[in-house]
Write a protein that binds this ligand. Structure first.
Ligand code: SAM
Length: 437
């Protein structure tokens, strides 16, 4: 299988370099002839419905259920075309473990040599969260998860809410264990607790308190779970909301200790640590692009419907202000750097890039450094300082390896040199090309 993975919460535009390989992988598989004869390979007859909004083109959507050969089942709500693309690419049966961890690690995992790294626990003010049960090494991939419910983003505009809720509920019903989804709802948990409390009271006061148990409309609970716990994914180029049973329990932090990598199909994810994590420490990822200042982060998280209480956001005002100042300086310096480059002030651009590197380190934004290293390599090349350029290229490649962007096969790491790096990379290279024009 394809060893490459991509990430969303990085600044680098890695998917670009990966595209040819991913394409190869997808084209290698022949269309499934039997798919049209019955509802095979789906486990149930797809339940289809149409656009209700007059503002968008009339489109057919269906609820598809599939029991994987390996791994967990999946519900997909999308157009027949997208569903066919997904099933024909055979990505539904990809082996996430082969994508995210090396052969050696796989053997250790399968032989039970690697202890489970985390557990899901109650978390003050955040319902549940994930904490480490052992030391997690820096850059270790310690969690692998596969999407259980995937729902086309276009549905939101195309179909009225009640219909979406009804179809979502049907899709969840058709899973072998619908409670995996339903138990993700914070309110479901509370409602259950309340019910038990009331049952107690009932026993004592003969039926009192029953009125507090108001029934919800069909699918409301599932809609809430998708809103709170699902993440954005891309499957066959289509934007979807994806519900990953375990990853969905990881809370957000603005300075997280872990991050998400997506498999080429977008349907599996690996969670990898940015730094060493101690037993008992909460595992966090960022729901946002890294590097933003606090007001922008809070605005971004409002869409998720919560106010962030992570360590950085709860730090004293002076600490938060200092962090914001550094972050604002990083982004304004990045702009100035491009301007300096444009007018050929290479020395000044280098000084600015070095300053950005220092600021990113101070802000513990090491995962954003690759771009800066690529820029520094290019700038030094302009001054014909080949050795310096190669030094920075090595730093960039090291960072990419650590973050998992170069895949898990160590044999493929060696041919990453300055030339290949500059040819293939990425957002930094594109920005520079623009500046050079
Ligand atoms: C993807 S879920 C994470 C798991 C969730 N705590 C649970 O028990 O299902 C996202 C929700 O967790 C809570 N949450 C996550 N990160 C948070 C943070 N930094 N501060 C406050 N609440 C947070 C919010 O309620 C948010 O809507």
């Amino acid at each position: 299988s394809c060893p490459y993975v991509t990430a969303t919460n990085e600044q680098l535009d890695v998917p670009h370099i990966l595209e040819p390989d991913v394409q190869q992988l997808l084209n290698a598989n022949q269309p499934n002839e039997t798919a049209s004869k019955s509802h095979h390979p789906w486990t149930h007859k797809p339940d289809c419905f149409h656009t209700t909004s007059t503002k968008v083109a009339k489109t057919k959507y269906c609820v598809y259920n599939y029991n994987r050969v390996k791994g967990q089942p999946i519900t997909i709500i999308t157009t027949p075309n997208t569903a066919t693309n997904i099933i024909e690419s055979e990505t539904l049966d990809e082996e996430p473990i082969e994508i995210f961890i090396s052969r050696k690690q796989q053997d250790d995992w399968l032989e039970g040599e690697v202890k489970p790294a985390y557990e899901i626990v109650d978390m003050e003010g955040k319902d549940k969260g994930v904490v480490a049960t052992r030391k997690i090494k820096k850059y270790e991939t310690f969690m692998i998860d596969t999407v259980l419910v995937a729902s086309d983003l276009d549905l939101d505009k195309a179909v009225i809410r009640a219909k979406r809720a009804e179809e979502l509920a049907l899709g969840v019903d058709r899973l072998p264990d619908p409670s995996v989804v339903r138990s993700l709802s914070a309110r479901a948990g509370k409602k259950k607790a309340k019910k038990e409390e009331n049952a107690d009271k009932d026993a004592k006061a003969d039926g009192e308190g029953k009125e507090s148990d108001i029934e919800e409309a069909v699918g409301e609970l599932e809609m809430r779970v998708m809103r709170t716990n699902a993440f954005g994914i891309q499957a066959q180029g289509v934007g979807m909301k994806g519900l990953f049973p375990e990853v969905s329990r990881i809370n957000h932090a603005c300075n997280p200790n872990a991050f998400v990598m997506f498999s080429p199909s977008g349907l599996s994810v690996g969670i990898k640590s940015y730094r060493e994590i101690q037993p008992g420490e909460e595992i966090t990822i960022s729901y946002l692009l890294l590097g933003q200042k606090s007001t922008d982060r809070q605005a971004g998280l409002r869409k998720w419907g919560f106010k962030c209480s992570c360590d950085l956001c709860s730090s004293p005002p002076s600490v938060l202000a200092a962090s914001d100042e550094r972050r604002v300086r990083i982004s304004s310096s990045e702009n100035s750097l491009v301007d300096l480059w444009k007018v050929g002030q290479v020395q000044s651009a280098i000084r600015l890039a070095e300053e950005i590197v220092d600021l990113m380190k101070e802000e513990e934004l090491e995962s954003m450094l690759t771009d800066e290293y690529v820029i520094l390599a290019r700038l030094h090349l302009l001054l014909e300082e080949k050795n310096k350029a190669e030094e920075y290229a090595e730093l960039a490649v090291e960072e990419l390896k650590n973050l998992g962007f170069l895949g898990v096969d160590e044999r493929e790491w060696d041919d990453w040199n300055l030339e290949k790096l500059l040819k293939t990379f990425g957002e930094a290279a594109a920005a520079m090309r623009k500046a050079e024009q």
